[in-house]
Ligand binder design. Structure first.
Ligand SMILES: [Zn+2]
Length: 403
């Protein structure tokens, strides 16, 4: 497949004025040429020339959906959103979630692939490659239209080198994702931690759009956070920033995979919920879960606890509420460290939203330092299960629309 055209697209955007105009159309479109000139303070002929070029290269299209004040409708400009596609991949513990979006982050195709147990680096790369390749051959999206590939990977990621430094669920180090995929597909590839990707996705297309200081918390098999400070993801010195699953909540709590005791994720991640449920069921507490698993407590998982809570099972409701209170303690620490405007909760466990939310809010309210801290806006992810994969697409959009 030829991707020279899309590589050229990035080159083209390097002009500052072009980028200003393209972003204005993205953020404020449909918009007229006159309004672009007014807001950008570029001269009307400059705007006209650049717009002509953007239309020729099919980044922008004309529409006539503007309001007319009598006479003919004004011609407005908008992003030619479906002329380019981006592939996003969210690499979890057990499977990879693949999406294709257009330039507005709208889903065009989705797929899922299982990750082999105890995978090697090659297994991870092969699973990625085969999932991506299927989008090129499925016939649903024109292969010529793909602009780039974004990867959201759990664990410690070096986004500059595009390397997964440590993937705890696989116990793998230094997977050269960017180099391998760029070589395979001859297009731009960006790699980021999954929680950071999720946060970016919510910032662009989800519940974060007006909060330049915000945190996205991904609660699944582990717990990670993406911290957005003044509109930029914060990585810290060695890309470890946001590993909030390992902040200590209870010194005498359960042992964590990291070797410490009472880490947040030993109390509030998916496996921890299942583990607590098993332990308490063994003490004889009444719950409908007993019958659901036919008294085989090994079958208990987070999803089952949630389903029982939805059926009104008091045991499960209280368990999720308690999980919310643990999360609330972790989030209170974050509030006191970063003072974000908003915290967005995503990941598999966030499906139990309402059951968690009461515990989270109640804890933050009782522990927050000031009334402003107590009132920190806590919301669930808007992009839900695709948040990290859509966020991975935003890694490419950020590049494309960079100023
Ligand atoms: Zn830990």
């Amino acid at each position: 497949m030829s991707t020279h055209y899309t590589r050229g697209s990035f080159q083209l955007m390097k002009s500052m004025n072009r980028s200003i105009i393209l972003n204005m159309i993205r953020e404020h479109g449909p918009i007229s040429r006159a309004d672009i000139a007014k807001q950008s303070r570029l001269t009307p002929p400059t705007v006209s020339n650049i717009v002509k070029e953007l239309i020729q290269t099919q980044f922008v299209i004309e529409t006539t959906q503007g309001q007319s004040k009598g006479g003919r409708k004004p011609t407005l400009l908008e992003i030619n959103a479906d002329h380019f596609y981006i592939i996003g991949v969210d690499v979890g513990t057990f499977h990879m979630n693949f999406v294709v979006t257009n330039l507005y982050g709208e889903l065009k195709d989705v797929a899922k692939k299982d990750i082999p147990s105890y995978p090697s680096k090659e297994d991870i790369l092969d699973t990625m490659k085969s999932g991506i390749r299927e989008f090129f051959t499925s016939g649903k999206c024109d292969p010529e239209k793909f602009l780039g590939i974004g990867i959201g990977m759990h664990g410690i990621v070096d986004p500059i080198e595009g390397v997964s430094r440590f993937a705890p669920s696989f116990q793998l180090y230094d997977i050269p994702i960017k180099a391998e995929l760029e070589n395979e597909f001859d297009m731009i590839v960006k790699v980021e931690n999954d929680a950071k990707a999720m946060t970016l996705g919510e910032y662009w297309f989800g519940n974060g759009n007006d909060a330049d200081n915000m945190v996205g918390v991904n609660v699944g098999n582990g717990i990670g956070a993406g911290m957005m400070i003044k509109g930029q993801l914060f990585h810290g010195e060695n890309n470890i920033a946001g590993e909030i699953g390992h902040i200590t909540i209870d010194l005498s709590g359960p042992k964590c995979t990291c070797g410490n005791y009472g880490c947040l994720q030993t109390l509030a991640a998916g496996p921890a919920i299942a583990e607590r449920a098993r332990k308490e069921l063994k003490t004889g507490k009444p719950s409908m879960i007993r019958d659901l698993v036919d008294h085989d407590f090994e079958k208990v998982d987070g999803k089952l606890v949630y389903e029982a809570a939805c059926e009104g099972d008091e045991f499960s409701i209280e368990l999720l509420n308690q999980t919310g209170r643990f999360l609330g303690i972790g989030l209170t620490n974050l509030i006191h460290t970063l003072n974000p405007k908003r915290i967005i909760i995503g990941g598999g466990v966030s499906k139990a939203g309402d059951f968690l939310m009461d515990g989270i809010k109640e804890t933050i309210h009782s522990r927050g330092l000031t009334s402003k801290a107590k009132e920190t806006h806590i919301v669930l992810s808007k992009l839900e299960e695709h948040a990290s994969a859509i966020g991975a697409c935003v890694l490419i959009l950020e590049e494309f629309f960079s100023r």
